[in-house]
Design a protein. Structure first.
Length: 202
């Protein structure tokens, strides 16, 4: 028998179990979001969740909003969308919000038929933004500060590795030109620090 107890740690199992129960009654991701059984399950999940867990009802609203903003998500298979949703919930990253921590992206699986390409299926994939990675890194408790930024061609930017490391970035106000690189600086709770610089092509 499937265990559908609304616990945070088993949220991914819960979602896939829900899909298996409903797969004969729904065909699209939007149908599943609006199915009364799904709504009740998410309500149970949220009410039974403990501190630090993810608000399942809010997640449903976010996904529905994402579908309105990116209509192709509605064509994604329910399994792929809820697989991405489960990952978001486990990582506690809200998708497709102004916070820019995670995104649900529809990808077409295509094949060539004759002289044209046809889409066999559309699947949702989770992409974590750099702000999401920063959030995850800060949760480890080992970081005191972390900052990532884009360097443009008109910015003043100097860095050096080795025994005398240096990182200086002075963004130009106004037209900064095209992006030429990115960097990430971090400071550990024990006082250690470091940075990584990558060219734009990298």
């Amino acid at each position: 028998m499937l265990d559908l107890s609304p616990t945070y740690i088993d949220l991914d199992i819960f979602l896939f179990s829900l899909l298996s129960l409903l797969k004969t009654h729904v065909e699209t991701a939007r149908d599943l979001l609006r199915h009364p059984v799904a709504i009740q399950r998410f309500k149970d999940l949220s009410e039974g969740a403990g501190a630090g867990s993810f608000d399942a009802r809010n997640m449903v609203l976010l996904v529905d909003q994402a579908i309105r903003q990116t209509p192709k998500l509605a064509a994604c298979t329910p399994m792929s969308l809820f697989g991405s949703l489960a990952a978001c919930a486990k990582l506690r990253l809200e998708p497709n919000t102004v916070l820019g921590k995670a995104y649900l992206i529809p990808y077409e699986k295509r094949r060539k038929q004759g002289n044209q390409w046809v889409t066999d299926v559309v699947e949702a994939q989770l992409q974590i933004g750099y702000k999401g990675y920063i959030d995850l890194a800060m949760r480890t408790g080992q970081l005191d500060h972390i900052h990532a930024d884009i360097v443009h061609e008109k910015d003043q930017f100097n860095f050096a590795y080795g025994t005398h490391q240096e990182l200086v970035h002075r963004p130009l106000l106004g037209d900064r030109g095209a992006p030429v690189g990115v960097y990430c600086y971090y400071r550990l709770t024990n006082g250690g620090q470091g940075f990584v610089v990558l060219g734009w092509d990298e």
